[in-house]
Design a protein around this ligand. Sequence first.
Ligand code: MLT
Length: 202
Amino acid sequence: KLGFVHRFEAGTASHRPPLLLLHGTGGDESDLLPLGRAVAPGAALLSLRGPELENGMPRFFRRLAEGVFDEDSVRRRAADLAAFIGQARTAYGLPAPVALGFSNGANIAAAVLLLHPGVLAGAVLLRPMMPLADPPAVALDGLPILMLSGAQDPIVPEANARALAEVFRRAGARVEHTILPAGHGLSQGDVTAAEAWIAGLA
Ligand code: MLT
């Protein structure tokens, strides 16, 4: 049995990498399916539910307060997610996926990139922040990463998102970081930018 509650939709466009969909706090495995279909038509979609509950709201790791993370939980859940990706690839016959994560889902994807390089083929991180106070040195040679931040995001300070982009760049990743005129919530600009970036991968 695979370790995360999830939904899988087989793809029809074999040139597209599968997308690993990771929702924000309070979402579930159905939340990001429409976004995934919009930004990567025909791609296989593997959409997960976060295994932690915060007042009934699914998350991918625990936090002590908004923006203050339980780093033991970040590490444990990043390892669980990395293991799950391997199992799901075998079960569904998939190449390495590109993560598409929003908010808490973007943060666990960032943690997987830093702690388990090689598991993801790339990542679209929507409103991400630094998941670990002291990120490990890692080699992400050429890995494509798109980060979309919101200029008016009340949860993620711009400097925090820029620092995360810098960590990925120092690791050798091919990082595109765009600050959109948006808050923490997603905007049409996110959909347009993510779609164009994903189209450039294939
Ligand atoms: C987090 O907890 O990962 C961030 O505060 C974003 C959120 O989920 O609200």
